[in-house]
Design a protein around this ligand. Structure first.
Ligand code: PA5
Length: 439
């Protein structure tokens, strides 16, 4: 079970929060829950969709053993969750492992239109053993569609136009968009992203679940974890509701102390991509110009990704002594894979290094996290910790739901629409215009 601790924000004097101002927010919780329900956002109900899970598992079983490489074409919310699942739940050197050890395909997520990345992937792919998973909710995103056209042509060249179709599967809207039309015309299998599930809230839809299932990740366990945490996110008792607690400290620190940045710092390399996923979720959801009633506000919390312990030697100087504008959220794992790896005492001759004798790497990681937390506290910098017992499907499902829930609460605190992204449009319009008119 996920745990959340944030008590230290109340013992920072003038730099932290007063317990009373936190307590004054608690009465808002039932009303916020009502409002969140009234927004009709589908991410809340995804973990109940047994038919979706069944369809994904059936497809994964059908193609098992047929492909050596899976290439995901998608961007933003259609890519970050997939990368997070793969990095968190598969071997850290997954794509480099020999095939006999992997037993499932390699996975590549192409979330950029950098031609170097695409051209050089050809050094690895055997097209006859490759499945392309094309993910785009709108079905018209230029980055994803351009890659689709490119790889469809490549596949037709490698396998012929009839066989090529068997090397694609799509994830898109039920009716809208160009990709859905192609699926229907060419008879390409196509999974649906429910209309009321936004891109960055879609990791527990086929967007994240289909690639996960293709890698042998237990989709059912992910959903079970999400359901368990959803019960807390929808609980009107604030002590149970970690999503509400997190949103409340973020909101109050910004309002009362001008702390406008949220650092997410997992102490596990494999959770680095969770911080990337959260970076989009917080930035696109809460960075908004107007309130729901049209008042200009230009609110937002700037997300920062950091990795423990690595970034202690890169970022922590700034977090301790730089501007007082950051809340650091640590993600702590109680039991890491390889937790018994130990620093061998016999090798340590120097008295200066004797404190490392017989220490496990798990202990080192955990002590360094606590030491960083303590140092930040002494500098008067707020921190909070989300801890999980282990990195598993269940705990990932819980983390996704806890964090998505916190965004829903932040949306209500700021009275903004956390589910749209109008600020992304303008550059898209100019890209199209420039390609049509300025070439
Ligand atoms: O959160 C969002 O809605 C966006 O980040 C989208 O995920 C991103 O723009 C990709 O869109 P699409 O899935 O339509 O290709």
């Amino acid at each position: 079970m996920v745990q959340f601790r944030y008590d230290s924000v109340f013992s920072l004097g003038e730099f932290g929060l007063k317990k009373a101002s936190f307590e004054a927010q608690i009465s808002k919780l039932p009303k916020f829950l009502e409002l969140i329900r009234s927004r009709g956002q589908g991410f809340i109900d995804l973990p109940d969709d047994a038919a979706m899970v069944r369809g994904i598992e059936e497809y994964a079983a059908k193609v098992r053993g047929k492909f050596d490489h899976v290439v995901v074409l998608g961007i933003g919310g259609s890519a970050l969750g997939v990368t997070c699942l793969m990095d968190a739940l598969k071997h850290p050197y997954w794509n480099e492992l020999p095939k006999q050890k992997r037993k499932q395909p390699q996975l590549f997520v192409l979330d950029n239109v950098d031609p170097a990345q695409m051209a050089q992937l050809d050094d690895i792919l055997n097209y006859k053993k490759t499945l392309f998973v094309v993910i785009t909710k709108s079905g018209t995103t230029p980055e994803t569609m351009s890659q689709y056209y490119f790889y469809r042509a490549k596949m037709e060249k490698a396998a012929g136009s009839i066989i090529a179709k068997k090397h694609f599967v799509f994830v898109t809207d039920a009716t809208r968009g160009v990709l859905r039309g192609i699926a229907e015309k060419d008879g390409i299998p196509c999974f649906t992203i429910p209309a009321n599930v936004g891109g960055r809230f879609s990791v527990l839809s086929p967007v994240g679940l289909l690639p996960a299932a293709l890698l042998g990740i237990s989709v059912k366990a992910l959903m079970a974890g999400a359901r368990a945490q959803r019960a807390q996110f929808l609980d009107s008792r604030y002590v149970r509701n970690f999503s509400f607690q997190l949103a409340t400290i973020q909101y109050l620190l910004q309002k009362e102390r001008n702390i406008s940045m949220t650092v997410m710092m997992p102490y596990a390399t494999s959770l680095g991509s969770l911080a990337d996923w959260y970076r989009q979720l917080l930035a696109e959801s809460i960075g908004k110009a107007v309130t729901r009633d049209g008042k200009k506000v230009h609110v937002g919390l700037t997300p920062i990704k950091a990795l423990g312990v690595t970034d202690q030697h890169s970022q922590v100087q700034l977090y301790n002594e730089g501007p007082r504008d950051k809340l650091t959220i640590f993600i702590e794992v109680e039991s890491l894979f390889g937790k018994n790896l130990t620093i061998p005492s016999a090798k340590i001759a120097s008295p200066e290094m004797a404190y490392l004798k017989g220490v496990t790497f798990q202990e080192l990681m955990s002590v360094e996290k606590r030491a960083t937390e303590r140092a930040l506290h002494e500098y008067g910098r707020p921190t909070a910790t989300i801890s999980i017992p282990k990195i598993t499907e269940e705990s990932l499902g819980e983390l996704f739901m806890l964090l998505e829930g916190s965004i829903a609460f932040l949306g209500e605190y700021y009275n903004i629409d956390a589910y749209d992204q109008p600020g992304v449009e303008l550059a898209k319009v100019y890209t199209k215009k420039m390609l049509l008119e300025d070439r």
